[in-house]
Design a protein around this ligand. Structure first.
Ligand SMILES: Nc1nc2c(ncn2[C@@H]2O[C@H](COP(=O)(O)OP(=O)(O)OP(=O)(O)O)[C@@H](O)[C@H]2O)c(=O)[nH]1
Length: 305
Protein backbone atom coordinates (compact mmCIF):
# COMPACT_ATOMS: atom_id res chain seq x y z
CA UNK A 1 0.00 0.00 0.00
CA UNK A 2 1.40 3.37 -1.02
CA UNK A 3 0.36 5.21 2.09
CA UNK A 4 -0.81 4.12 5.50
CA UNK A 5 -4.32 2.70 5.58
CA UNK A 6 -5.32 5.57 7.89
CA UNK A 7 -4.77 8.16 5.20
CA UNK A 8 -6.24 6.09 2.38
CA UNK A 9 -9.88 6.48 1.52
CA UNK A 10 -11.43 3.88 -0.75
CA UNK A 11 -14.28 4.48 -3.11
CA UNK A 12 -16.07 3.89 -6.40
CA UNK A 13 -16.57 6.18 -9.36
CA UNK A 14 -19.97 5.20 -10.72
CA UNK A 15 -20.00 6.07 -14.41
CA UNK A 16 -21.90 5.12 -17.56
CA UNK A 17 -24.30 6.43 -20.20
CA UNK A 18 -27.50 8.31 -19.29
CA UNK A 19 -30.16 6.12 -17.75
CA UNK A 20 -27.86 3.13 -17.28
CA UNK A 21 -28.78 2.97 -13.59
CA UNK A 22 -25.92 4.83 -11.87
CA UNK A 23 -28.05 6.63 -9.29
CA UNK A 24 -30.11 3.52 -8.55
CA UNK A 25 -26.91 1.49 -8.16
CA UNK A 26 -25.28 4.14 -5.94
CA UNK A 27 -28.22 4.02 -3.57
CA UNK A 28 -28.50 0.23 -3.64
CA UNK A 29 -24.76 -0.35 -3.16
CA UNK A 30 -24.48 2.18 -0.33
CA UNK A 31 -27.46 0.61 1.48
CA UNK A 32 -25.97 -2.83 0.94
CA UNK A 33 -22.51 -1.87 2.21
CA UNK A 34 -24.00 -0.15 5.25
CA UNK A 35 -25.93 -3.33 6.00
CA UNK A 36 -22.65 -5.25 6.27
CA UNK A 37 -21.13 -2.64 8.55
CA UNK A 38 -19.19 -0.37 6.21
CA UNK A 39 -19.32 3.37 6.78
CA UNK A 40 -20.45 4.75 3.45
CA UNK A 41 -21.33 8.08 1.93
CA UNK A 42 -22.70 8.85 -1.51
CA UNK A 43 -21.44 11.97 -3.27
CA UNK A 44 -23.51 13.40 -6.09
CA UNK A 45 -21.13 14.62 -8.79
CA UNK A 46 -23.91 15.10 -11.36
CA UNK A 47 -24.88 18.79 -11.50
CA UNK A 48 -27.95 17.81 -13.55
CA UNK A 49 -29.24 15.26 -11.05
CA UNK A 50 -32.06 17.07 -9.28
CA UNK A 51 -33.99 13.93 -8.35
CA UNK A 52 -31.71 12.10 -5.95
CA UNK A 53 -33.06 8.88 -4.47
CA UNK A 54 -30.37 8.86 -1.75
CA UNK A 55 -29.21 11.36 0.83
CA UNK A 56 -26.04 12.81 -0.64
CA UNK A 57 -23.38 13.64 1.97
CA UNK A 58 -21.90 16.05 -0.58
CA UNK A 59 -23.83 17.42 -3.54
CA UNK A 60 -22.04 19.20 -6.36
CA UNK A 61 -25.31 21.01 -7.14
CA UNK A 62 -24.53 23.17 -4.09
CA UNK A 63 -21.61 24.53 -6.11
CA UNK A 64 -23.14 24.65 -9.58
CA UNK A 65 -26.07 23.22 -11.50
CA UNK A 66 -26.29 22.59 -15.23
CA UNK A 67 -29.18 25.05 -15.34
CA UNK A 68 -26.93 27.79 -13.88
CA UNK A 69 -24.21 27.00 -16.39
CA UNK A 70 -26.65 26.99 -19.33
CA UNK A 71 -28.26 30.25 -18.24
CA UNK A 72 -25.16 32.24 -17.41
CA UNK A 73 -22.82 30.87 -20.06
CA UNK A 74 -25.47 30.56 -22.82
CA UNK A 75 -24.76 26.89 -23.35
CA UNK A 76 -26.82 23.86 -24.28
CA UNK A 77 -27.25 20.87 -21.93
CA UNK A 78 -24.03 19.09 -22.98
CA UNK A 79 -21.95 22.28 -22.96
CA UNK A 80 -23.48 23.20 -19.59
CA UNK A 81 -22.50 19.83 -18.16
CA UNK A 82 -18.92 20.03 -19.43
CA UNK A 83 -18.63 23.61 -18.13
CA UNK A 84 -19.95 22.47 -14.73
CA UNK A 85 -17.32 19.75 -14.49
CA UNK A 86 -14.59 22.24 -15.36
CA UNK A 87 -16.03 24.62 -12.76
CA UNK A 88 -15.85 21.85 -10.20
CA UNK A 89 -12.17 21.42 -11.03
CA UNK A 90 -11.57 25.14 -10.60
CA UNK A 91 -13.15 24.77 -7.16
CA UNK A 92 -11.45 21.52 -6.28
CA UNK A 93 -10.51 22.84 -2.82
CA UNK A 94 -14.19 23.23 -1.99
CA UNK A 95 -14.76 19.61 -3.00
CA UNK A 96 -11.72 18.22 -1.17
CA UNK A 97 -12.58 20.14 1.99
CA UNK A 98 -16.06 18.64 1.99
CA UNK A 99 -14.59 15.18 1.43
CA UNK A 100 -12.03 15.67 4.21
CA UNK A 101 -14.80 15.26 6.78
CA UNK A 102 -15.42 11.71 5.58
CA UNK A 103 -11.90 10.30 5.33
CA UNK A 104 -12.89 7.25 7.40
CA UNK A 105 -15.81 6.47 5.09
CA UNK A 106 -16.09 4.49 1.89
CA UNK A 107 -17.13 6.94 -0.81
CA UNK A 108 -19.47 6.25 -3.74
CA UNK A 109 -19.26 9.01 -6.35
CA UNK A 110 -22.37 9.19 -8.55
CA UNK A 111 -21.19 10.75 -11.83
CA UNK A 112 -23.11 12.32 -14.74
CA UNK A 113 -24.12 10.30 -17.81
CA UNK A 114 -22.33 12.19 -20.59
CA UNK A 115 -20.04 9.57 -22.10
CA UNK A 116 -17.58 12.07 -23.57
CA UNK A 117 -16.51 12.81 -19.99
CA UNK A 118 -15.18 9.23 -19.72
CA UNK A 119 -13.93 8.71 -23.25
CA UNK A 120 -11.94 11.80 -24.17
CA UNK A 121 -12.66 14.91 -22.09
CA UNK A 122 -9.98 15.70 -19.51
CA UNK A 123 -12.13 16.95 -16.62
CA UNK A 124 -12.89 13.62 -14.95
CA UNK A 125 -9.34 12.42 -15.45
CA UNK A 126 -8.06 15.57 -13.76
CA UNK A 127 -10.58 15.17 -10.97
CA UNK A 128 -9.33 11.61 -10.43
CA UNK A 129 -5.77 12.87 -10.24
CA UNK A 130 -6.74 15.39 -7.53
CA UNK A 131 -8.57 12.70 -5.58
CA UNK A 132 -5.64 10.30 -5.85
CA UNK A 133 -3.21 12.98 -4.67
CA UNK A 134 -5.52 13.52 -1.70
CA UNK A 135 -5.21 9.83 -0.78
CA UNK A 136 -8.25 8.29 -2.47
CA UNK A 137 -7.96 4.80 -3.88
CA UNK A 138 -10.68 4.47 -6.46
CA UNK A 139 -12.28 1.89 -8.72
CA UNK A 140 -14.36 2.87 -11.75
CA UNK A 141 -17.68 1.05 -11.88
CA UNK A 142 -19.01 1.41 -15.40
CA UNK A 143 -22.68 0.61 -15.97
CA UNK A 144 -24.13 -0.16 -19.39
CA UNK A 145 -27.74 -1.17 -19.97
CA UNK A 146 -27.93 -4.93 -20.66
CA UNK A 147 -30.54 -4.14 -23.30
CA UNK A 148 -27.62 -3.42 -25.65
CA UNK A 149 -26.84 -7.14 -25.78
CA UNK A 150 -29.97 -7.61 -27.84
CA UNK A 151 -28.43 -5.90 -30.88
CA UNK A 152 -24.96 -6.89 -32.22
CA UNK A 153 -24.25 -3.34 -33.45
CA UNK A 154 -25.14 -1.83 -30.08
CA UNK A 155 -23.08 -4.45 -28.29
CA UNK A 156 -20.00 -3.50 -30.33
CA UNK A 157 -20.59 0.14 -29.32
CA UNK A 158 -20.84 -0.99 -25.71
CA UNK A 159 -17.52 -2.82 -25.99
CA UNK A 160 -15.82 0.20 -27.51
CA UNK A 161 -17.28 2.57 -24.96
CA UNK A 162 -16.16 0.35 -22.10
CA UNK A 163 -12.67 -0.12 -23.53
CA UNK A 164 -12.23 3.61 -24.20
CA UNK A 165 -13.36 4.50 -20.67
CA UNK A 166 -10.93 1.94 -19.22
CA UNK A 167 -8.02 3.30 -21.20
CA UNK A 168 -8.92 6.95 -20.68
CA UNK A 169 -9.48 6.88 -16.93
CA UNK A 170 -6.67 4.45 -16.13
CA UNK A 171 -8.29 3.23 -12.92
CA UNK A 172 -9.03 -0.26 -11.63
CA UNK A 173 -12.24 -0.89 -13.51
CA UNK A 174 -15.33 -3.09 -13.26
CA UNK A 175 -17.85 -3.11 -16.13
CA UNK A 176 -21.45 -3.98 -15.31
CA UNK A 177 -24.38 -4.94 -17.51
CA UNK A 178 -27.20 -3.27 -15.60
CA UNK A 179 -30.92 -4.07 -15.29
CA UNK A 180 -30.41 -7.81 -15.67
CA UNK A 181 -33.77 -8.35 -13.95
CA UNK A 182 -35.53 -7.20 -17.13
CA UNK A 183 -33.19 -9.01 -19.51
CA UNK A 184 -35.80 -11.73 -20.03
CA UNK A 185 -37.85 -9.21 -22.01
CA UNK A 186 -35.16 -9.28 -24.73
CA UNK A 187 -34.42 -12.99 -24.43
CA UNK A 188 -35.71 -13.76 -27.93
CA UNK A 189 -33.36 -11.21 -29.45
CA UNK A 190 -30.22 -12.55 -27.77
CA UNK A 191 -28.19 -14.43 -30.36
CA UNK A 192 -25.86 -16.05 -27.81
CA UNK A 193 -25.86 -17.25 -24.22
CA UNK A 194 -25.35 -14.60 -21.56
CA UNK A 195 -21.75 -15.71 -20.93
CA UNK A 196 -20.91 -14.65 -24.47
CA UNK A 197 -21.76 -11.08 -23.47
CA UNK A 198 -20.32 -11.08 -19.96
CA UNK A 199 -17.05 -12.88 -20.83
CA UNK A 200 -16.77 -11.24 -24.27
CA UNK A 201 -16.05 -14.52 -26.00
CA UNK A 202 -15.07 -15.03 -29.67
CA UNK A 203 -16.27 -11.83 -31.33
CA UNK A 204 -16.09 -13.35 -34.82
CA UNK A 205 -19.59 -14.65 -34.10
CA UNK A 206 -20.68 -11.08 -33.58
CA UNK A 207 -19.22 -10.13 -36.95
CA UNK A 208 -21.13 -12.95 -38.62
CA UNK A 209 -24.32 -11.71 -36.96
CA UNK A 210 -23.64 -8.20 -38.25
CA UNK A 211 -23.22 -9.61 -41.75
CA UNK A 212 -26.79 -10.83 -41.65
CA UNK A 213 -28.04 -7.27 -41.33
CA UNK A 214 -28.06 -5.51 -44.74
CA UNK A 215 -27.23 -2.16 -43.10
CA UNK A 216 -24.28 -3.26 -40.94
CA UNK A 217 -23.02 -5.62 -43.67
CA UNK A 218 -21.96 -2.53 -45.63
CA UNK A 219 -19.47 -1.73 -42.87
CA UNK A 220 -17.93 -5.17 -42.55
CA UNK A 221 -14.32 -3.97 -42.71
CA UNK A 222 -14.96 -1.28 -40.12
CA UNK A 223 -16.76 -3.73 -37.84
CA UNK A 224 -13.92 -6.25 -38.26
CA UNK A 225 -11.35 -3.60 -37.33
CA UNK A 226 -13.34 -2.54 -34.25
CA UNK A 227 -13.80 -6.11 -33.09
CA UNK A 228 -10.13 -6.84 -33.60
CA UNK A 229 -9.22 -3.76 -31.53
CA UNK A 230 -11.38 -4.94 -28.63
CA UNK A 231 -9.94 -8.45 -28.89
CA UNK A 232 -6.34 -7.23 -29.05
CA UNK A 233 -6.67 -5.28 -25.81
CA UNK A 234 -8.46 -8.21 -24.20
CA UNK A 235 -9.54 -6.04 -21.29
CA UNK A 236 -13.31 -5.83 -21.44
CA UNK A 237 -15.57 -8.22 -19.56
CA UNK A 238 -18.82 -7.56 -17.71
CA UNK A 239 -20.50 -8.60 -14.54
CA UNK A 240 -24.28 -8.80 -14.55
CA UNK A 241 -26.05 -6.35 -12.22
CA UNK A 242 -29.52 -6.30 -10.81
CA UNK A 243 -29.56 -3.41 -8.36
CA UNK A 244 -32.58 -4.88 -6.59
CA UNK A 245 -30.84 -8.17 -5.82
CA UNK A 246 -28.55 -8.53 -2.79
CA UNK A 247 -26.65 -11.45 -4.30
CA UNK A 248 -25.89 -9.47 -7.42
CA UNK A 249 -24.68 -6.52 -5.32
CA UNK A 250 -22.54 -8.90 -3.28
CA UNK A 251 -20.75 -10.16 -6.41
CA UNK A 252 -20.17 -6.63 -7.62
CA UNK A 253 -18.86 -5.62 -4.21
CA UNK A 254 -16.39 -8.53 -4.25
CA UNK A 255 -15.12 -7.62 -7.71
CA UNK A 256 -14.77 -3.93 -6.84
CA UNK A 257 -13.06 -4.65 -3.53
CA UNK A 258 -10.55 -6.89 -5.26
CA UNK A 259 -9.92 -4.35 -8.00
CA UNK A 260 -9.43 -1.42 -5.63
CA UNK A 261 -7.38 -3.38 -3.11
CA UNK A 262 -9.86 -2.87 -0.25
CA UNK A 263 -9.97 -6.59 0.28
CA UNK A 264 -6.25 -6.67 1.10
CA UNK A 265 -6.30 -4.09 3.83
CA UNK A 266 -9.76 -3.03 4.92
CA UNK A 267 -12.20 -5.85 4.19
CA UNK A 268 -14.92 -6.70 6.69
CA UNK A 269 -14.15 -10.41 6.40
CA UNK A 270 -10.42 -10.32 5.77
CA UNK A 271 -8.93 -13.78 6.13
CA UNK A 272 -5.90 -15.72 4.96
CA UNK A 273 -8.14 -17.92 2.77
CA UNK A 274 -9.65 -14.90 1.12
CA UNK A 275 -6.32 -13.26 0.45
CA UNK A 276 -4.97 -16.48 -1.05
CA UNK A 277 -8.08 -16.90 -3.19
CA UNK A 278 -7.65 -13.35 -4.46
CA UNK A 279 -4.05 -14.04 -5.29
CA UNK A 280 -4.95 -17.04 -7.47
CA UNK A 281 -8.11 -15.45 -8.81
CA UNK A 282 -10.45 -18.07 -7.35
CA UNK A 283 -13.91 -17.22 -6.08
CA UNK A 284 -14.42 -18.34 -2.51
CA UNK A 285 -17.60 -19.35 -0.79
CA UNK A 286 -17.14 -16.21 1.26
CA UNK A 287 -17.23 -14.08 -1.86
CA UNK A 288 -20.24 -15.83 -3.28
CA UNK A 289 -22.42 -15.52 -0.23
CA UNK A 290 -20.47 -13.08 1.96
CA UNK A 291 -21.12 -12.76 5.66
CA UNK A 292 -24.69 -11.72 5.29
CA UNK A 293 -27.33 -13.35 7.36
CA UNK A 294 -29.86 -15.48 5.49
CA UNK A 295 -32.59 -13.02 6.30
CA UNK A 296 -30.70 -10.25 4.55
CA UNK A 297 -30.02 -12.43 1.51
CA UNK A 298 -33.73 -13.12 1.22
CA UNK A 299 -34.67 -9.52 1.80
CA UNK A 300 -35.66 -7.60 -1.26
CA UNK A 301 -36.82 -4.17 -0.29
CA UNK A 302 -38.28 -3.96 -3.80
CA UNK A 303 -37.56 -0.27 -4.04
CA UNK A 304 -33.94 0.59 -4.43
CA UNK A 305 -34.55 3.86 -6.13
N1 LIG B 1 -35.47 -2.97 -13.81
C1 LIG B 1 -34.44 -2.22 -13.41
N2 LIG B 1 -34.51 -0.89 -13.57
C2 LIG B 1 -33.47 -0.15 -13.16
C3 LIG B 1 -32.32 -0.74 -12.56
N3 LIG B 1 -31.44 0.25 -12.29
C4 LIG B 1 -32.03 1.39 -12.70
N4 LIG B 1 -33.24 1.16 -13.22
C5 LIG B 1 -34.20 2.15 -13.79
O1 LIG B 1 -33.57 2.85 -14.88
C6 LIG B 1 -33.94 4.21 -14.89
C7 LIG B 1 -32.69 5.08 -14.86
O2 LIG B 1 -32.03 4.83 -13.63
P1 LIG B 1 -31.05 5.89 -12.97
O3 LIG B 1 -30.50 5.25 -11.75
O4 LIG B 1 -31.70 7.22 -12.81
O5 LIG B 1 -29.95 5.99 -14.11
P2 LIG B 1 -28.73 7.04 -14.21
O6 LIG B 1 -27.65 6.31 -14.94
O7 LIG B 1 -28.39 7.58 -12.87
O8 LIG B 1 -29.35 8.16 -15.13
P3 LIG B 1 -28.74 9.62 -15.45
O9 LIG B 1 -28.53 10.31 -14.13
O10 LIG B 1 -29.80 10.25 -16.29
O11 LIG B 1 -27.48 9.43 -16.20
C8 LIG B 1 -34.85 4.43 -13.68
O12 LIG B 1 -36.18 4.38 -14.12
C9 LIG B 1 -34.52 3.24 -12.77
O13 LIG B 1 -35.62 2.86 -11.98
C10 LIG B 1 -32.28 -2.17 -12.39
O14 LIG B 1 -31.32 -2.79 -11.88
N5 LIG B 1 -33.37 -2.85 -12.83
Amino acid sequence: MASSSKSTTFGQLVIGPPGSGKTTYSKAMSTFLESIGRKVIVVNVDPANDDLCYKAAIDVSELITVQDAMLHMHLGPNGGLVYSMEYLLQNIDWFLQKLAKYRDHYVIFDFPGQVELYTHHESIRNLISHLESAGFRLCAVHLVDSHYCSDPGKFISTLLLSLTAMLHLGLPHVNLLSKMDVMHQYKDRLLFGIDFYTDVLDLQYLLEALDEDPFSKKYRKLNAALVSLVEDFSLVTFLPLNSKDQKSLLKVRSAVDKASGWVYGQGEERSVQQLLACAVGAETEQERIGDLKDSLMDTDDGDNR
